[in-house]
Design a protein around this ligand. Structure first.
Ligand code: GDP
Ligand code: MG
Length: 177
């Protein structure tokens, strides 16, 4: 029987980027609407499933959170496979983490068919605006264009742009599916 199925269609996201840039916080703000100022390192990979409605149709968003450490890279790469959306995260107040997104993205793309994933570049910790250098954002926008990625800046702390960002991601992935 096909009616009454509790299995919703799924959209798979993977979130990559350096340690400490705010990947877990971004996911927690979206899925649990909370923010933790204490740091708890993600070990290996973790995931959240969030029910989401797009045009009235329920979806499960399967969000894979990776550790961002060299020693876990081989574990994480197994989870990149089949990702419909790759969310590459950097810290707006730390330009080095932006430089590293190129490598994170290449690693994630390598595990997928060409042009099979939507790519997002996300600058986090927007609330620390004093520490954000204008050039960092210009560089980010340029890199996003190069990669045919969409650029967003968000704050998990204040929640700024977080809902809007995930809605956009889900809507794009939905259109495609
Ligand atoms: P991850 O290693 O990429 O998963 O990073 P976490 O999400 O664990 O965050 C690392 C640290 O940055 C934690 O202490 C967070 O509280 C802090 N953090 C994360 N997002 C934000 C943000 O939007 N604003 C500020 N001010 N701090 C943040
Ligand atoms: Mg984490």
């Amino acid at each position: 029987a096909s009616h009454g199925s509790l299995i919703y269609p799924e959209i798979v996201f993977v979130v990559v980027g350096d340690l400490y840039v705010g990947k877990t916080s971004l996911i927690n703000r979206f899925c649990k609407d909370n923010f933790d100022r204490d740091y708890k390192a993600t070990i290996g990979v973790d995931f959240e499933i969030e029910r989401f409605e797009i045009s009235g149709i329920p979806y499960n968003l399967q969000i894979w959170d990776t550790a961002g450490q060299e020693k876990f890279k081989c574990i994480a790469s197994a989870y990149y496979r089949g990702a419909e959306v790759i969310i590459t995260v950097f810290d707006l107040a730390d330009i080095q983490t932006l430089d590293h997104t190129k490598q994170w993205l290449e690693d994630a793309l390598r595990e997928n068919e060409p042009d099979s994933s939507f790519i997002f570049l996300v600058g986090t910790k927007k609330d620390l605006s004093d520490a954000v250098c204008e050039r960092t954002e210009l560089d980010a926008i340029r890199f996003a264009n190069e990669m045919q990625a969409e650029y967003w800046s968000v704050s998990a702390k204040t929640g700024e742009n977080v809902k809007e960002f995930f809605s956009r991601v889900a809507a794009l992935a939905f259109e495609q599916s």
